[in-house]
Design a protein around this ligand. Structure first.
Ligand code: MN
Length: 257
């Protein structure tokens, strides 16, 4: 069985090394990952410049593109056969709540899902990123990968996994939580007297709601959120239908200039 491993922290990150090593117990692992850190690039796809992939070691490719590029190039170009599974991670830091919309780690799993390949995104929360924490998370990822291969995922669904910083108390099936972003722009003056800005400088919080990814991880559990790519807000239909847009036929005229 062939497993494609990628991430957004770069091909040399300790998280991807621990993950690839652990998944070898399940099949042949091919790593196709960015040649440098590409965190928070979301689902970006490189369409206007060439991509280069260097096989830095057997079955380890460093690509000068995004995580999404890596999955696309891996499945359509570099791999000789279709992978049975794509695993993205293990990210340095959690990917929960609204942060998912920025995440390169999660987007790589999305790309696999678009291609019909079972996938999961894996992240380690907290601030201690020693090899012990990555190795423990990688072992549990292997367990979850086996479950995916043996039991199969529901249609159009991939898993977003977040490990707590300490030894986990168990697994919890969760929903996506709600992030509270702080004052995130820092304004400073550079040595030549010009203003510059730095995004993401503030403290971030989250709503600690029961049943969410944040709640589970902060209670010491491994959070497993099943995700799909349908962003439709079904609960909004009733309110928006009351606008009566379907009945509008006389469109506003072009204003005379
Ligand atoms: Mn990252």
């Amino acid at each position: 069985m062939l497993i494609l491993v990628t991430n957004d922290d770069g091909v040399f990150s300790p998280g991807i090394r621990a993950l690839a090593k652990s998944l070898c117990a399940l099949g042949r692992v091919v790593v196709v990952a960015p040649d440098r850190e590409r965190s928070a690039v979301s689902h970006a796809l490189t369409l206007h410049s060439p991509l280069r992939a260097e096989e830095i070691r057997p079955d380890i490719f460093a690509v000068d593109g995004t995580p999404t590029d890596c999955v696309n190039l891996g499945v359509h170009g570099l791999l000789q056969e279709r992978p049975a599974l794509v695993v993205s991670g293990i990210n340095r830091g959690g990917n929960m709540g609204d942060d998912l919309t920025y995440s390169g780690t999660v987007s790589a799993a999305m790309e696999a899902t678009l291609m019909g390949v079972p996938a999961m995104a894996v992240s380690l929360d907290g601030e201690s990123f020693g090899s012990d924490n990555f190795n423990r998370s990688a072992r549990l990822t292997l367990f979850l990968a086996r479950s995916i291969v043996e039991k199969g995922l529901p249609p159009d669904t991939f898993l977003n996994i977040n490990f707590p910083a300490a030894e986990p108390r168990g697994f919890k099936l969760t929903r996506q939580g709600k992030r509270r972003y702080g004052e995130t722009v820092v304004e400073k003056i550079d040595p030549r007297g010009k203003t510059y800005y730095w995004l993401g400088g503030g403290e971030m919080g989250f709503d600690n709601l029961e049943g969410t990814d944040f709640h589970a991880v902060h209670a010491g559990y491994v959070s497993i959120t099943p995700l799909h790519l349908d962003l439709t807000n079904y609960r909004s239909f009733e309110q928006l239908e009351s606008w009566g847009l379907d009945a509008v036929t006389d469109f506003p005229a072009e204003p005379e200039s």
